[in-house]
Design a protein around this ligand. Sequence first.
Ligand SMILES: [Fe+2]
Length: 300
Amino acid sequence: MVEKHKLGLTKRHFPFVLRRKLYNFDKLQKTCLDIISNVDDDFSAQFNDAEKIIPDKEFFKDTNKYGNHFCYPNNGGKEEYLKETKKYDSDSKFQLNGVDGTNFVKSNQAIYGNYSVVAFQEISDEMVEYSKDLEYNEDSTPYQRQRGMISMEPPYYHPKYDERSYTKFTPFASPDVRDFLETFSEYGEQSCRSSLVKLNPKMYLSPHWDMGPEFASRFQIPIVATDGMEMGFRKNKNHPWKVYKFEEGYAYFVNTGYEHYARNDDETTRYQVRVCVIGQRLLWDYNEVEPNFEKTNWDD
Ligand SMILES: [Fe+2]
């Protein structure tokens, strides 16, 4: 069961970005590149219009009835698959819109569908059980959802929207991946909702907020990083965006309680491993990173 408490420090206690060198990066990168090479174009095309996690026990089977290497679990087709994956992940649900209720997603610029993921962790059986018959108010405001995260009671709480519920390894988490995630915090802090995320060339995740580090510390680990990729943060709309370019070989703590965006202006697809950690102790070993530059408009 997810424990009912907030972690010690809030977003205000942390810089936008911290990082730490990963001694086991090469191995992680190789593992992820292997997974990426297995996720072929046919497979990606099936998932093109919706971002989702893929808890697909069939994934590593050689062939399916369509003759390609990948298929929906149970081969029930897309509709069935989407129904089944309701309990799983969707990034947009984690992202809080503006505090005034405005939605920052500008339809042709921020295409969440291109931020697809191969999930390494899904909702634990225990939390799936807890969520049965749980009434949830889909129209809750960011503040209500935040309160739900603390109380863990309906109508503003649902495990689906709580990163901390995603602790069960999926079949995609190979022994190497598991080992990496289990030791990601040297202090035994639980990793959760980890996945391999992808941002296609010329795609954006437009500005939004997520739950801050008072609930889980969030990390991005570039697997394929090139120069045109950036992530920007700002305190509020009276401040410029502080823009960061991530390098391979490091794990980056990202303070996503603040408004932020991601952009891939390159010709190459960006791949990152995202890991959340229920804990803050590991951050003591991280160093602050200065932004590469500042700008006023997120799409400049
Ligand atoms: Fe985010």
